[in-house]
Design a protein. Structure first.
Length: 191
């Protein structure tokens, strides 16, 4: 199995040929290697996943923590999934359309994505992934900043763009806009 080649546009077909023990994402054809997450990152991920998963028991939607890959189907990639130039491993993905799921992950846009940033991923999560998720029409995108204990929630508006974010701190509860009755307790998340 080979690794990504510099200065080459990569696709989902390439992604499938790379070693399973490497965490690599592709955004607009460019590969991004991912470092192992920190302990704090994993604690935040675990608590967010726990709260969401408990709420979704018995419901149609499913929640998946990383590593779980999502292949995005954008208008310019209508030639089959293997030609997609966008494959990410969001920290948390919520998918309500079961037809998007297969044994390898999700093909199409999740309804909600959460990314927990670190100093090494901040630029990618706040710019490249923000733009990708907006283009892919992800209904809700959260950026969690562990050091600042801030969550920015972007919601897709009628014009198919993200508006200004709603900002929350560790003393707040975040109402998940795609579900009635799900409020995430950030005091537990950032404990």
């Amino acid at each position: 199995m080979s690794l990504p080649i510099e200065n080459r546009i990569h696709t989902y077909a390439d992604y499938l040929s790379w070693p399973d023990n490497e965490r690599i994402e592709i955004i607009d054809g460019s590969p991004y290697f991912q470092a192992a997450p920190s302990r704090i990152h994993q604690e935040i991920l675990s608590e967010l996943h726990r709260q969401i998963a408990n709420f979704l028991i018995g419901k149609e939607c499913k929640v998946y923590p990383a590593p779980f890959h999502v292949v995005f189907d954008l208008e310019d990639e209508a030639n089959g999934w293997e030609n997609s130039k966008n494959v990410c491993e969001p920290d948390i993905s919520i998918i309500c359309d079961q037809s998007k799921l297969d044994d390898s992950g999700c093909k199409g846009s999740p309804d909600l994505i959460i990314e927990i940033i670190s100093p090494s991923t901040a630029r990618k999560d706040k710019i490249e992934k923000f733009n990708l998720y907006e283009r892919a029409k992800v209904k809700e995108y959260w950026i969690v900043e562990p050091q600042e204990k801030i969550v920015s929630v972007f919601t897709l508006e009628e014009n198919q763009r993200y508006g200004r974010p709603d900002l929350y701190t560790e003393v707040d509860q975040v109402k998940v806009s795609i579900f009635d009755g799900l409020n995430i307790d950030l005091a537990s998340v950032f404990a």
